[in-house]
Ligand binder design. Structure first.
Ligand code: BG6
Length: 477
């Protein structure tokens, strides 16, 4: 296999260095990159946070989630801590004195700081690329609605160019998400049927068993729609729907994806369902009603589930509905894309019971049990021709070693080598918010989400959303 080049030497300045994201994902991902021989020796982590601390205390905190510690000593010698307030110019003036060469500024902070950190970086001259590259990585959520996302883009782009900005959507770090492109554009077979003539409808599901847990303070002001739809689910949608790019350059791919999102008309409330988990059980664990969770306003309107019917008004997809759903405290963890093909033109073979054969489906299983399944009809042995549905299965784990990855390795590596393919451009972000804005407007004002039992597949209205079109959701499993 072709070996990727070693990334250029750089310093990772992580704002919010003591937070969960840095400990659980960023530090382990960087160590995995060291193990894979993809980081230049001497790559530095400079953690910045408000708390009292020193190099050793940061090394202890970051070491906690690193399972295989064999490469950690090499890395940790290059881990340093600077105490600093993100709102104060002096924090950035001090950084400007010590930083030279290539620098990645990683904003792993609460979103309220994104704009001001970039302003301070600009004021301190830290975004000036004369002595090396200066890149800014911004975590989600990027804005809370269309207006705030536009304002944040304006603020950031006043200080840095689009080429310096890496807006993270961690779904794009998942191998199976990147594999959607290969499935579609590496296989002529798929290309031939990937359009409205052969595809009846598409489902995109991101079901989680986790509850809001300890994230109430963040989640209650956010809800499932903002948390998952304009970002993660729309990224999956755009990969499924995009036209073939003219090249594999980041701009060629991102332009095609942005066109898909721009072709999604604003979603009317009658094509959307919001739900909220109520008391129930997931496996043996008892789950309280969402409103009884810590840091949740018991009288609030926040949804933990959303189902949508979405159109993509392009030549390829006109008339094909895309049904999207996501929720917490559901029956199983299941992120999948189900492509439902149309019936065969003529029903030549009745099935074993004399009925109509089910149409083909292709399931792209994003997680867990990463893989792909194509359901087709096959003749059951015997004197009569009675076809039955069978599955052609591809399981990632049977072919590749995909364990022990955080999903951030590729993303961090891409920032270092300057490949923006897997990051969101300003127009994609704004397009996503524009599509869901009518729902944010309507849901913020009145009504409440429909309850669903924790451990179930979501509210009844979500099933009805497909039933009214004579369709049904693929079971969550
Ligand atoms: C995050 C959301 O962006 O994605 C979380 O804020 C959600 O609420 C998570 O649980 C899902 O990601 P994954 O990789 O676990 O499917």
């Amino acid at each position: 296999m072709r070996k990727p080049p070693v990334a250029p030497l750089a310093t990772f300045v992580i704002f919010g260095a003591l937070g969960d994201l840095t400990r659980r994902l960023l530090a382990p991902a960087l160590v995995n990159l060291v193990r894979d021989g993809l980081l230049t020796k001497g790559t530095k982590i400079l953690g910045v946070a408000h708390t009292e601390g020193d190099d050793n205390s940061l090394r202890d905190v970051l070491g906690e989630y690193i399972d295989d510690k064999s490469d950690w000593p090499n890395m940790s010698a290059n881990v340093h801590y600077r105490r600093g307030d993100f709102t104060q110019a002096e924090t950035f003036a001090a950084l400007a004195k010590e930083l030279t060469g290539n620098v990645v500024f990683y904003l792993a902070t609460s979103p309220g700081f994104f704009g001001q950190i970039v302003d301070h970086l600009g004021d301190a001259g830290l975004l000036d690329e004369k002595g090396g590259f200066r890149r800014v990585v911004i975590e989600k959520p990027f804005g809370t609605d269309l207006e705030s996302a536009r304002a944040l883009n304006r603020q950031i782009l006043a200080r840095a160019s689009e080429e310096q900005i890496y807006r993270i959507d961690h779904f794009l770090g998942k191998e199976t998400v990147q594999n959607i492109l290969v499935t579609r554009f590496g296989n002529a077979l798929m290309d031939a049927v990937w359009n409205r003539r052969y595809i009846d409808y598409v489902e995109i599901t991101a079901a989680e068993v986790v509850t809001v847990g300890t994230r109430g303070a963040f989640y209650d002001g956010t809800g499932a729609l903002r948390d998952m739809v304009p970002n993660h689910l729309f990224q999956l949608l755009s990969l499924v729907c995009m036209e073939p790019p003219v090249s594999l350059s980041a701009d060629a791919i991102r332009t095609e994806k942005a066109k898909v999102i721009a072709a999604v008309p604003p979603i009317p409330p009658e094509d959307a369902v919001r739900g909220r988990y109520a008391k129930g059980k997931i496996g043996k664990a008892k789950v309280p009603d969402y409103t009884a969770e810590p840091d949740v306003n018991p009288k609030g309107r926040t949804e933990t589930y959303v189902a949508l019917k979405v159109a993509v008004e392009t030549w390829r997809w006109s008339g094909v509905p895309f049904y999207l759903r996501t929720g917490k405290a559901m029956s199983a963890r299941d992120t999948e894309i189900v492509i439902h093909f149309r019936d065969a033109p003529l029903s030549l073979f009745p099935d074993a019971e004399g009925g109509k054969l089910p149409p083909n489906t292709l399931i792209l299983q994003i997680q867990p049990n990463e893989g792909m399944t194509l359901d087709i009809a096959a003749k059951a042995p015997g004197p009569i021709v009675a076809p039955v549905p069978v599955s052609l299965d591809f399981l990632y784990a049977s072919h590749f070693d995909i364990g022990h990855r955080t999903g951030y390795e590729t993303l961090l590596y891409d920032v270092l080598i300057g490949d923006q393919t897997l990051f969101q451009r300003a127009d994609q972000i704004e397009g996503g918010w524009a599509a869901v804005q009518p729902l944010l407007d309507a849901w913020g004002k009145k009504g409440k989400p429909e309850p669903y039992k924790a451990g179930s597949d979501g509210p009844e209205a979500a099933a009805a959303l497909l039933e009214r079109d004579g369709r049904a959701w693929h079971p969550i499993q």
